[in-house]
Design a protein around this ligand. Structure first.
Ligand SMILES: CCCCC/C=C\C/C=C\C/C=C\C/C=C\CCCC(=O)SCCNC(=O)CCNC(=O)[C@H](O)C(C)(C)COP(=O)(O)OP(=O)(O)OC[C@H]1O[C@@H](n2cnc3c(N)ncnc32)[C@H](O)[C@@H]1OP(=O)(O)O
Length: 231
């Protein structure tokens, strides 16, 4: 079990902002580690190696974890130095983050009617054998629909998300996730989304309708105490 995360301090401690070059170097290193961790997770859920090998690897990984935690750790709600929140890169997003072992990761590109994300899910994301966990589809859509809000100029949080699963989403297959803001109503954004394979983009396997709310500024400060003064 991970230890509980510490509560956020009142400020970020006045840490100086890294230069663009330092930031680029750090992001590359974060992405490299993320890539290797994803390969490790994939290998771990697919391996048929003997028990002794699993125990041996577990020992190695325990030592590596100690090496990573030894250099200091970010506290709950702290915005990583490699991120720009809201609206910019989020290196550790569990959906799009190159540094996250949980993320496929999804690559997001703007399209005429909103956004499209592309990824391949792995066996680590499996629900029924050979197909994605339904919760993974929900996570992919929630994130991409959130990106569509930010791209429309209103970073927002989900207040409702309704999914329809029309067909199972295969793992190991290039996927296309689409999201667009259908209409806005004050601070509320009504967003549509879908998942299909790249090979058959017109056959939606999952469709989603969500409502997002752009938080009131006071609520925003309370929720995200580490936001820069002018987000
Ligand atoms: C600016 C940053 C915001 C942060 C957003 C996050 C990321 C943005 C950054 C970059 C964007 C890029 C990518 C997107 C990344 C991730 C997307 C994933 C999104 C999520 O994974 S996010 C986690 C799950 N999400 C929650 O954890 C929200 C829980 N929620 C709240 O924290 C508050 O709700 C809040 C803060 C949203 C609004 O708070 P508030 O104080 O500003 O506004 P208030 O409460 O007054 O609600 C205004 C109107 O929404 C109605 N309303 C509210 N909740 C409702 C509900 N459940 N059902 C029906 N109606 C509801 C009210 O009834 C009122 O309606 P009316 O105006 O008609 O009376």
């Amino acid at each position: 079990m991970n230890p509980p995360l510490a509560e956020p301090p009142a400020t970020n401690g006045g840490t100086p902002r890294p230069t663009d070059e330092e930031l680029a170097r750090r992001r590359t290193a974060v992405g490299e580690l993320g890539h290797e961790l994803r390969a490790l997770v994939d290998a771990a859920v697919r391996t048929t190696a003997p028990d002794a090998t699993l125990r041996h690897v577990a020992d190695h990984v325990r030592r590596l974890t100690a090496e990573l935690t030894g250099g200091g750790q970010r506290v709950r709600a702290e915005i990583p130095a490699v991120d720009e929140f809201p609206g910019g890169p989020r290196m550790y997003s569990p959906v799009t983050g190159p540094g996250s072992p949980l993320a496929p990761p999804v690559e997001v590109v703007p399209e005429a009617a909103g956004l499209v994300g592309r990824c391949v899910l792995g066996i680590a994301h499996e629900g029924p054998p050979g197909y994605a966990h339904g919760g993974m589809s929900a996570m992919l859509l929630d994130e991409l629909m959130g990106h569509a809000c930010a791209a429309a100029g209103a970073p927002a949080m989900t207040i409702s998300l309704r999914l329809r699963y029309h067909g199972p989403v295969p793992v190991g297959t290039p996927l296309r996730i689409a999201a667009r803001v259908a209409r806005t109503e004050g601070r509320k954004l009504h967003v549509d989304g879908s998942i299909a394979t790249e090979a058959t983009p017109d056959t939606a396997l999952v469709t989603a309708e969500a409502v997002f709310v752009a938080p009131d500024p006071a609520r925003l400060r309370a929720l995200f105490p580490h936001l820069p003064a002018t987000p």
